[in-house]
Design a protein around this ligand. Structure first.
Ligand code: ADP
Ligand code: MG
Length: 692
């Protein structure tokens, strides 16, 4: 059966067709070992009757015509035909009804016994290439759009995960055991994945419906759409980018001694943050800038330069890039703007730069970016003036430079960034290259990304998947509304919205998707400062009953639950509680709550098998009194997050608490959400690991 299907595809291609008809599609699937109802072509009434005889009654008959896509809508499907007379009549009816259309014939096929209707399809995504879709048929797909996607290839754990992801999964499980054969379905998904990957001209596919049975399944209708062969993704350049992040010398072309100019900002940042390597300002009209000897051009610098930052106007940038390349510089950071983001002319300049960089094997970051900050080597290349930073374990990769720097001004008080890499237009070095490089840095444990697009395609998923098992990645992806309608031939492609595909890609690689900036940074703080919960039980300690109740609701809404202390621990807790306190979780100390009581309560919770994490609701006005005490507790690997209503009015104390390693969020919902996401991430990473 191997490759037998090629003949069918080649025939269609030779006839200049962009699709396979139902009988051809099914023949291809059958040769892959996929079960279908089959379909034989009859071109006359007699042939139809003959095929009927060779099959068991009843049969289905369908019009085969390239001009009729939805056969049943137009009356091109006849079901449950039980004798030769019915078959002949059906043939005549169909030919008559479609006399105006170009008809290939009529297919005669076995009737499938009823089962759970599902849809399996393939579409081609502009970012990630081929994607597979699974869902239940009928209203589930048409109205509820209850489908899941995965970028191809998938492995067995992806297949299972995409089946379990849909809301209708409960229907597949049925009441007793499986009402659908999930392992067979998984195998079907894997076969489609292999098939599409080894045939780059398969662009879209609808298997709609597939009937699922307690044992096996049957593909009832199939449509395969051919297209231009997908280009093979370019092999990534093998380079670890280490010297881009840890250069020994930096030249700034366009450095300026005039305050307010961008060239002044960048150079001042490098000097004032005490970059440890050598600095060479390049400016033909200056002798020295910020105390450093200036050079008229890059070729005048007598020593080797690891990184050149370019800040000259867009039009002359390609020449400057070439000059840098000739001088043997391996990394160029183009911070100038005015390129592809402005339109066609800018794009031409970009392509010219790319051609030059490629010719010399030089890697280029940007253009239209704000360089890299790496506090671990005191390097700040930002366009905006940046204040003192700590040496932290959070890496931030941002497509937009301004947003990274703008956020930084305030966030640096409560978040410990180690690296902030802005990638701008991603002309050469893209988000995937940077992600890979940042993840390799031993100083970095958590990675946040702000993305507007992904250029690395499928490689992004593969790289991220390798990273997330060790270093969590939190992504904020904007541009969620679908811009412009795509021309699509299949039902699957019409359902494959950009945002769904991004969510699927993130899920497939174990990336945590943030809803907004605040969410991303809340999660990053929690993850970078606290361990992950390893069980669902949450212990809530509060001074305000209402906030405790809200927290209890929120943890339940997020799929977690209140933990139940073991009886001896309950006894210990009872001794601590004032008479008027009755609940054991949440423990509500009202306004008598103080640091010592909270400490003793946490120490009880730490011993419980059922406590996986703590929420402490603290009073803003006495927040400072908790800092040292909470910091000193041995939590034995269990995370704690504080909820402080009105925290924005107590920022000096919030900063102290954050610096003590305890994240402070504003609402119980935020805390519950963060703990639940951390818990699920932990589980998810284990699953992904098991599926490798
Ligand atoms: P189209 O999608 O082009 O309208 P289908 O081939 O999917 O046509 O047929 C429409 C519906 O008819 C299917 O959803 C299925 O319910 C039923 N059907 C089609 N072929 C068969 C078959 N061989 N056995 C049982 N039911 C069938
Ligand atoms: Mg159909």
């Amino acid at each position: 059966m191997a490759k037998q299907y090629r003949e069918v595809i080649d025939l269609a291609l030779a006839e200049g067709r962009t699709y396979l008809l139902e009988h051809e599609s099914k023949a291809v699937l059958e040769s892959l070992g996929i079960t279908t109802t089959g379909a034989e072509v009859a071109r006359s009434e007699d042939e139809a009757a003959k095929i009927f005889k060779s099959l068991a009654s009843p049969v289905a008959m369908k019009l085969l015509s390239a001009e009729v896509v939805h056969k049943s809508d137009a009356g091109g499907v006849k079901l449950d035909l039980r004798d030769a007379g019915e078959v002949r009549a059906a043939y005549r009816d169909m030919v008559r009804a479609f006399s105006g259309k170009k008809i290939e014939g009529v297919s005669v096929q076995r009737m499938a016994r009823p089962g759970v209707e599902a849809i399996v399809g393939v579409a081609n995504d502009a970012t990630f290439g081929p994607v597979l879709m699974f869902g239940l048929g009928g209203v589930f797909v048409e109205i509820l759009k209850d489908v899941s996607f995965r970028s191809l290839p998938i492995n067995a754990s992806d297949a299972r995960d995409m089946i379990e992801e849909i809301k209708g999964y409960a229907l597949l499980r049925g009441y007793r055991g499986y009402s659908a054969d999930v392992p067979a379905l998984e195998k079907l998904l894997l076969s489609i994945s292999d098939f599409v990957l080894s045939n780059p001209e398969i662009s879209e596919m609808d298997l709609n419906p597939v009937f699922l049975y307690p044992e096996g399944y049957s593909v009832v209708d199939a449509r395969i759409i051919l297209g231009e062969p997908r280009p093979q993704p370019p092999a990534p350049v093998k380079q670890d980018l280490h010297d881009l992040f840890y250069p020994k010398s930096i030249a700034v072309i366009g450095a300026s001694g005039t305050p307010g100019k961008l060239g002044w900002n960048v150079f001042t940042n490098l000097v004032s943050h005490k970059f440890g390597g050598k600095l060479y300002p390049i400016n033909p009209r200056a002798d020295e800038i910020c105390g450093c000897k200036a050079y008229p051009c890059i070729s005048a610098v007598p020593e080797p330069v690891d990184v050149a930052i370019i800040l000259v106007s867009a039009g002359v940038t390609p020449d400057v890039v070439e000059e840098c390349c000739k001088c043997g510089i391996r990394y160029i950071v183009v911070e100038s703007a005015g390129f592809a983001e402005l339109g066609e002319d800018g794009k031409k300049i970009e392509l010219c730069m790319k051609e030059i960089a490629d010719r010399y094997g030089v890697r280029l970051l940007g253009p239209n970016c704000s360089g890299i900050i790496n506090t671990h080597c005191s390097m700040v290349q930002s366009i905006g003036i940046v204040d003192a930073l700590s040496m932290g374990n959070i890496g931030l990769v941002s497509q937009a430079g301004v947003c990274a720097a703008g956020m930084l001004w305030g966030l640096r008080h409560i978040m410990d960034f180690g690296i902030i890499a802005t990638i701008g237009n991603k002309l050469d070095i893209n988000e995937t290259d940077i992600l890979e490089a940042v993840s390799r840095d031993p100083n970095i444990n958590v990675i946040c990304m702000y993305l507007e697009s992904v250029k690395g395609g499928r490689r992004f998923i593969d790289v991220a998947r390798r990273i997330t098992s060790e270093k969590p990645i939190v992504v904020l992806k904007s541009g969620r509304t679908d811009a412009g309608k795509k021309a699509v031939a299949s039902h699957t492609a019409s359902l494959a919205g950009d945002d769904q595909i991004f969510s699927a890609a993130f899920r497939q690689s174990g990336i945590i998707r943030a809803r907004d900036y605040e969410h991303m940074f809340n999660l990053a703080r929690a993850i970078s400062k606290q361990p992950f919960p390893d069980r669902e039980g949450v212990f809530i300690i509060t001074y305000a009953g209402s906030l405790g109740v809200i927290a209890a609701d929120a943890i339940t809404d997020n799929g977690m639950r209140l933990s139940e202390l073991e009886p001896p621990l309950k006894d210990r807790l009872k001794k601590l509680l004032p008479d008027y306190v009755c609940g054991m979780n949440p423990v509500d100390y009202t306004f008598s709550q103080d640091a010592e009581t909270v400490k003793k309560t946490i120490e009880i919770g730490v011993e419980s098998e059922d406590v996986g994490s703590f929420i402490v609701v603290l009073q803003a006005e006495i927040l400072e009194s908790y800092v040292d005490t909470l910091k000193a507790i041995d939590y034995r690997g269990k995370p704690i997050i504080a909820c402080v209503a009105g925290k924005e009015f107590a920022m000096p104390d919030v900063i102290k608490m954050e610096n003590a390693g305890i994240p402070v969020l504003s609402t119980p919902e935020q805390v519950a959400d963060a703990l639940a996401i951390m818990y699920r991430h932990q589980m998810r990473v284990k699953e992904l690991g098991a599926g490798e």
